[in-house]
Design a protein around this ligand. Structure first.
Ligand code: SAM
Ligand code: SF4
Length: 480
């Protein structure tokens, strides 16, 4: 795999070859089925995986598949997997096991597994040995080669495995089938160079590769023209966008250029890394009127020794300085973060530094995780004397502290008016809509379903621990 070098792009001849395979698959499917075969695509894990699945679904549609919500009646089941925590992996193996009786009834069903888990040798070996009914396995570097892999699976008569990590080119121009008509994921870079000691991502996603600014802008233009109201820029560490590019555009500049595109839309991004986040970016956020004042800045631990062991590359003090600057230039900023409890060797006192940090920052919400050892990472072989039960107790203590903070913040919102993107109808209440504020807080309010996909001004009337209730203040835009 290219490391620390320039980003490599999929060549035009390779793209043309995949287009040919698309047509070959289409011909095979037409000959085999009386009506278009159905594909069931299920995504585990992060938004990066969701964006990959949208590209794979786009390719499957071009091959002639239609989509179904149920694996029971699908001719192709595709699981896009996540390797970040053991729990996610266990779910995948459980769900693949559940496909076995369906496959026994329906021999023509193809089962394909892809994504981060497949990029690990021990997982590939386990599937080869214990899941003989899985037809196709491919990794994160082969998304653009799906037509070729499908053709080989359909016509080769053998199981196909493609987890080659020797090259990690960026593919442009793939067809994208977006899940939502008004929200869009826009990957700006792939991979990660950071090697946090607990994390498997750099091993399964390769080194950092940024897309060209012009390619990102072109996709943003298409997205906006299709009526999308919210674009979320994606990368494991968006703050290091452009470091291996030729056009000299860094993330702050990219944000400004997207902000300058005409249209009524919001820009969000994730994930920021405190090591690379800087005042230049926070200034750009503050000055770009389309950029949501929401910063997801994972701190992982509030203790400097633990941060060092995690190889995070910043201190608690540096993190708090960034937060102070963000609050100074954006007084309405909403802050969220990721936290790991129970990193190997973390003492109770060190854990309390995490609790004190969340009290100091007053996050809107947190994604909290108990440390999960990942094969091949440095932390997986560290001494880990704290019992699982004690880790769970600390985890609950952290959640309780965050609940107090979140409910206080929610209560402070009562009486305020927020411009909200209306996302769907509430699950259990007729006539109630659900939307999200700029700060990424969920708000329920009565309204007509025709508002879904547009912005509305909503006055907060009451607050719960994590979410708000409100009523329409005035309609600002009913265009989807
Ligand atoms: N690139 C992002 C960053 O550095 O903040 C996060 C990517 S990771 C897929 C999402 C989150 O999962 C991390 O921020 C971390 O809190 C959590 N995570 C990653 N590896 C983990 C592990 N081995 N055990 C528990 N949580 C983990
Ligand atoms: Fe994993 Fe760290 Fe990279 Fe985030 S920055 S993906 S936590 S290695």
């Amino acid at each position: 795999m290219k490391s620390n070098g320039k980003t490599v792009f999929v060549s035009p001849s390779e793209s043309a070859k995949q287009k040919e395979y698309t047509q070959l698959v289409r011909a095979v499917l037409t000959a085999k089925y009386d009506e278009p075969p159905r594909a069931f695509v299920h995504t585990y894990g992060c938004q990066g995986n969701v964006a990959d699945s949208e590209r794979m679904t786009g390719q499957l549609l071009e091959m002639g598949y239609t989509l179904t919500d149920s694996p029971e009646n699908a001719q192709l089941v595709l699981f896009n997997t996540c390797a970040v925590r053991e729990h996610a992996e266990d779910r995948v193996f459980g769900n693949v096991g559940a496909l076995k009786p369906i496959k026994e009834r329906r021999r023509d069903m193809l089962i394909a597994l892809c994504g981060c888990m497949m990029q690990q040798k021990h997982v590939e070996d386990r599937i080869k040995k214990s899941y003989p009914y899985v037809n196709l396995v491919f990794g994160t570097f082969a998304v653009h080669r799906l037509p070729e892999l499908m053709y080989k699976t359909l016509c080769g008569g053998k199981r196909v495995f493609d987890t080659d990590a020797s090259s990690a080119p960026v593919a442009e121009g793939l067809p994208v089938h977006r899940d939502s008509g008004f929200k869009a994921w826009l990957p700006i870079m792939y991979g990660c160079n950071n090697f946090c000691s607990y994390c498997v991502v750099p091993y399964v996603r390769g080194r950092e590769r940024s897309r060209r600014c012009e390619d990102v802008l072109n996709e943003a233009r298409e997205i906006i023209a299709s009526g999308v109201k919210e674009i979320t820029l994606l990368g494991q560490n968006v703050n290091s966008y452009g470091k291996n590019g030729d056009d000299g555009v860094d993330f702050a500049e990219l944000l400004r250029r997207i902000n300058a595109l005409p249209g009524d839309f919001k820009i969000r991004f994730m994930t920021s890394h405190p090591k690379d986040c800087n005042e230049r970016l926070l200034d750009a956020m503050a000055e770009c009127e389309k950029c949501a004042h929401h910063l997801h800045l994972p701190f992982q631990s509030g203790n400097d020794r633990v941060l060092k062991e995690m190889n995070r590359g910043y201190t608690r003090e540096h993190y708090l300085e960034l937060i102070a600057y963000a609050k100074k230039v954006m007084p309405d900023i909403s802050l969220t973060s990721d936290v790991i409890v129970g990193f190997p060797g973390e003492t109770y006192e060190e854990f309390l530094d995490t609790v004190s940090l969340i009290r100091e920052v007053e996050f809107t919400s947190l994604f909290t995780f108990i440390f999960s050892p990942r094969e091949g990472t440095r932390a997986a072989s560290m001494e880990d004397p704290v019992p699982a039960k004690e880790k769970s107790r600390r985890f609950s203590e952290l959640l309780k502290a965050q609940e107090e903070i979140a409910s206080k913040r929610c209560a402070e919102s009562v009486g305020r008016v927020f411009r909200v993107l209306v996302e769907n109808e509430a699950e259990k209440a007729d006539g109630i809509l659900t939307g999200r504020t700029d700060g990424n807080v969920t708000i329920d309010f009565p309204g007509e379903a025709s508002l879904i996909g547009s912005y509305a001004d909503v006055t907060v009337t009451s607050a719960r621990n994590w979410t708000l209730t409100g009523e329409l203040a005035k309609k600002t835009d009913n265009k989807k």
